[in-house]
Write a protein of this length. Structure first.
Length: 692
């Protein structure tokens, strides 16, 4: 369930300061932000800095509304500033650009790797493999690639074998599938026997490479991991002699194991060596230091837990000795990158409702924050600087540049969506805190409606995040975006209850085996806090909404705290925790969260089971379900809707046969938002009313 954005201002520190400034009593100067705006915004991602540090290539996703699809292209901008421009190599589609050390630009187009020697003006095909390339890394000398391909393990010595097997299976008249072990489906796809495996491709001048050497022969597992893995899960040594990759052995335990290990294999193929066999929890994200002497990676400590703290470990390549750095820093590391001199690691981590960029001194372990406010995603190192993608409650992603020491003012170097966002008046927002469960500090955000005026009160959208180890903070979302509700005239309240990430591991751990009590106390006290401190909150016109764990909490609220709410919205939420323990695909999740299997610890599965409180349901509820959601299967949504209908409670079901745990298609997203907005308008209509 763990897998279960704003107009950007030019200075992040200024943005954070403005966000905390009380709104003025005046009419907004711009129009409201709409769902149609959200669906059509350009999405910036994946900044890649050239070897000379002067140029950034990044991805841009635009919406082809008429054809209901996204269109990806590559763009270029100078780190010193200037007007971004679209690369000509994007005319037939392009993405996943990566620089070689000699300045050539490799990228994916049509399932194959292409290369440009003139920074994107022209390109030639580098690979012509019989299978689509999923991801790739460039060898240190630029003469070879490591690529991931989806193959049948029995066929990986002959790529054409996989092609023939796929064709054979598609041509069969019988449709039955036979399985001898679980994990038969994952996220939104049924298992068909293929695995993501790594291959070495030797590039041939003047002709695309059509053959590849298998690097994972006989390995029963995926690299990159399914469904969200990428090339960050494998690395080529600086001398080009070996590959390190992260993978989990499948076998009979894949559905309840989080034991990913780092394996080493020669670039020529051969024996696989498990480097982290001593750790039965998750190891991933290998990154070699520039001199090749040290391997940095991230590791969890507790087997079976997917939301444990990511520690940062350094492995001496020659001796195999390992040490942890910044061991006392109670944050979970992500996206490691070395400085050119090997003395500093850069990374992102969630921190108190934001996601910040940090540096860590390798020798001392000293941690230094480099950004404040908003959400930093991917980043790249330039000559003496860092280019990073930043978004927030104040607008969607754009790219920024600042020095690697973080002593200068960040400089915005792209301004996508400026025209449309310049017409819009987003809701002002601020972070607050209060004493939650056990008297511990809990944080949240409140977003004022677009048309806010002092002396008036407004209906409320009370958003509950999923995960449950997640966060609703200072970030931009294309699914759960509080500014879409603010644009409709609603105040928005979001609470990062116990279990949320970015507040220390103990805070995150507090929700396990306590889904229905500690988070509920936080939500209740957070609701009391905003009523007492924000006079524009109309507690008599409020609806609670959530997805995934948030949908579970909506179901739990329906039977245990339904007094404040005029309506509820449940997207892909758990209805019956006991059946969920058998139905979901990632069994490690339910087993960790409930302290064992449903037969080992049945009391835990029933203690906070919404299905046991249906007799107390009374609030109208909108139920939303995607049929390709294998994380919280369709039966959970149908059971919720059936219970509501059988109880005679006003209810509606919005069902998407072609969406998974998320709603990704542009037209479906707009339908989702409009259906939700109609539901809110029916029971808590928008509109300002004078404060009594």
């Amino acid at each position: 369930m763990n897998r279960l954005a704003r107009p950007i201002v030019s200075v992040i520190a200024l943005s954070a300061a403005l966000a905390a400034t009380p709104a003025l009593a005046q009419e907004p100067e711009g129009r409201a932000f709409t769902v149609d705006d959200l669906a059509r915004l350009e999405r910036v991602s994946d900044p890649q800095v050239s070897p000379d540090g002067r140029t950034v290539i990044y991805g841009l996703r635009q919406t082809d509304w008429e054809n209901n699809r996204g269109v990806s292209s590559l763009w270029s901008v100078q780190t010193g500033g200037g007007e971004p421009h679209r690369l000509a190599i994007s005319d037939e589609g392009a993405g996943n650009a990566r620089w070689a050390a000699d300045g050539r630009l490799f990228f994916l187009r049509g399932g194959q790797v292409w290369v440009s020697a003139d920074q994107g003006a022209t390109a030639t095909q580098a690979t012509a493999l019989p299978l689509d390339v999923g991801s790739f890394r460039i060898g240190p000398d630029g003469g070879s690639l490591v690529v991931s391909l989806e193959v049948y393990p029995a066929c990986e010595g002959d790529l054409a074998c996989t092609v023939n097997e796929v064709s054979h299976r598609e041509g069969r008249t019988e449709t039955g599938q036979v399985y001898d072990r679980t994990f038969v489906r994952h996220w939104d796809t049924w298992e068909d026997g293929r695995r993501n495996h790594l291959f070495r491709v030797d590039l041939t001048p003047g002709a695309p490479a059509s053959t590849a050497t298998a690097l994972m022969l006989g390995f029963d597992g995926d690299t990159p991991s399914v469904p969200f893995g990428d090339e960050g899960e494998y690395a080529i040594s600086p001398d080009g002699g070996s590959v390190i990759f992260s993978a989990r052995l499948a076998g009979q335990t894949e559905a309840w194991s989080t034991n990913f290990d780092l394996y080493q294999t020669p670039m020529t193929g051969g024996e696989l060596v498990n480097l982290t066999d001593a750790n039965d929890a998750w190891d991933t994200g290998p990154v070699f230091s520039p001199d090749g002497r040290t391997l940095a990676y991230r590791a969890m400590s507790r087997p079976g837990f997917e939301a444990d703290r990511w520690r940062i470990l350094l492995r001496d390549v020659a001796t195999g000795t390992t040490r942890e750095i910044a061991a006392d820093w109670d944050r979970s590391a992500d996206s490691l990158a070395w400085s050119p001199d090997g003395g500093t690691l850069y990374l992102t981590a969630q921190d108190t409702g934001t996601t910040r960029l940090f540096s860590i001194d390798v020798r001392s372990g000293r941690v230094t924050p480099l950004t404040s406010g908003g959400h930093v995603g991917s980043f790249g190192l330039a000559d003496g600087g860092i280019v990073y993608a930043r978004d927030g409650l104040d607008g969607p992603v754009n790219l920024y540049y600042r020095s690697q020491r973080g002593r200068d003012v960040p400089r915005q170097i792209t301004n996508h969506n400026a025209e449309v966002m310049g017409q819009i008046d987003l809701g002002d927002y601020e972070q607050f805190s209060f004493d939650g469960w056990n008297g511990e500090t809990v944080h949240g955000y409140v977003v004022r409606p677009h048309n806010y005026q002092e002396g008036m009160e407004y209906p409320v959208a009370f958003l509950i995040h999923g995960g449950p180890q997640g966060s609703f903070g200072d970030g931009w979302s294309y699914r759960w975006n509080p500014q879409t509700y603010a644009g409709q005239g609603y105040a928005v309240v979001m609470i990062d209850f116990h279990g949320s990430t970015g507040y220390g591991q103990a805070f995150t751990d507090a929700i396990s085996q306590h889904w229905g009590d500690r988070p509920l106390i936080d939500l209740q006290r957070g609701w009391e806090h905003v009523q007492a401190n924000y006079d524009f909150i109309d507690e008599d016109r409020a609806c609670a909404l959530g997805a995934s764990y948030g949908g579970y909490m909506v179901n739990w609220i329906a039977g245990n705290w339904n007094e404040p709410w005029k309506c509820l919205v449940n997207h892909d939420g758990v209805f019956d925790t006991r059946s969920m323990g058998f139905e979901t695909e990632e069994l490690w999740f339910t087993e960790w969260e409930n302290g064992g299997t449903p037969w080992e610890n049945p009391e835990a599965y029933e203690r906070f089971n919404p299905a046991n409180h249906v007799q107390d349901w009374r609030v109208p509820m909108l139920v939303i379900q995607g049929d390709l959601d294998f994380r919280i299967p369709t039966a959970q949504g149908l059971a919720t809707f059936n219970a509501l209908q059988r109880r005679g409670i006003p209810s509606r079901l919005l069902f998407f046969p072609n969406e998974n745990h998320w709603v990704l298609r542009a037209h479906n997203s707009v339908q989702w938002h409009r259906t939700v907005q109609d539901w809110l308008a029916r029971y808590a209509p928008a509109g300002a009313e004078p404060i009594d």
